[in-house]
Design a protein around this ligand. Structure first.
Ligand code: ACK
Length: 294
């Protein structure tokens, strides 16, 4: 076993190791940062391809932050088997732990929706691909829950095909039962389901992600931020628990495909988790919409 410089992480050989020195960083490499990690663009001298490198922001990190990143890497390692989950190229151990993944030319779906009036046919294709990627994650044994599914965490390759990313909060189902403090804290408030607002220590299930997918479909259809006019996050939390949802009046009513997706999003964000469909069901519905309206 390879031991990293930080004692809390023991890296097993199943994760490919990348020498940090083989990465060439451009002058302004930062793509973005969030939480405790930053994402930088780099060029991998051996693979001869552009990559995105996610590493911890500060030198003074806690063991649990390092563990989260490591845990993310192990889940990403599985992603290589799905067309719609970002894959892991490898991890760096030195000077600190970093995740190396393929660079996605078209950035995040959030950025695309913000900047471009995306054709409906492409929106349905992307929604369908997200449901396929999520089906893959939920079918793993042990099951992988994302717990922070939203447009920002959906990346797009050069041909606008979807890769689900940002597993920082994701968890294996078994893991969430044994580790304390693994309620999906840090999940995005606008995308978290009512049962979570009622009890932040809730152990997430697959229906957590399905609820978030409902809000994500709303983002895809409206190209807006949910609850943009809410005074603060506490109010969003209380209202969602009481049954409030993103504004349906912002959804166009003159298109059959939009109406069909609007019905799907509303079942995804049902108050009762048992009334929410599986991602497999979502994929079926969206395949139908995509094929009929492309
Ligand atoms: O919307 P963006 O340009 O796409 O800004 C965010 C930022 O980093 C923080 O997550 C971008 N990003 C993350 N992973 C990748 C990747 N593999 N390829 C390209 N951009 C990425 C994301």
């Amino acid at each position: 076993e390879v031991q990293s410089r930080y004692p809390s992480v023991t890296v097993d050989h199943k994760l490919p190791i990348i020498e940090f020195e083989r990465l060439n960083f451009p002058k302004e490499p930062v793509l973005g940062s969030g939480g405790f990690a930053a994402v930088e663009k780099a060029y991998h001298l051996d693979l001869r391809q552009e990559v995105a490198v996610k590493r911890l922001l500060t030198r003074k990190i806690t063991g649990s932050e390092q563990d989260l990143l490591y845990s993310e890497a192990r889940k990403l390692n599985l992603g290589s088997r799905s067309d719609h989950v970002i894959s892991l190229l490898g991890v760096c151990l030195d000077p600190n732990f970093a995740i190396v993944m393929p660079y996605m030319e078209n950035g995040s779906l959030a950025g695309l929706l913000r900047d471009v009036d995306v054709p409906w046919a492409l929106r349905w294709r992307m929604a369908h691909e997200i449901s396929l990627g999520m089906t893959f994650l939920h079918c793993q044994n042990p099951q992988i829950l994302h717990c922070d599914l939203k447009a920002e965490n959906v990346l797009l390759d050069g041909d606008f095909h979807v890769k689900i990313s940002d597993f920082g909060l994701s968890k294996w189902k078994a893991e969430s039962r044994v580790v304390t403090g693994t309620s999906p804290s840090g999940s995005t408030i606008t995308h978290a389901p009512p049962e979570y607002h009622a009890n932040i220590n809730l152990i997430p299930t697959a229906k957590f992600d399905v609820y978030s997918f409902g809000v994500l479909l709303w983002e895809i259809v409206t190209r807006r931020q949910p609850y943009a006019h809410a005074a603060n996050s506490a109010l969003i939390s209380i209202n969602v628990e009481r049954g409030q949802r993103p504004d349906l009046t912002l959804i166009p009513t003159d298109r059959e495909d939009v109406t069909s997706v609007s019905q799907l999003m509303q079942t995804c964000w049902s108050q009762n988790p048992d009334d929410r469909p599986s991602f497999d069901d979502c994929a079926d519905r969206l395949r139908h919409v995509k094929d009929r309206f492309s």
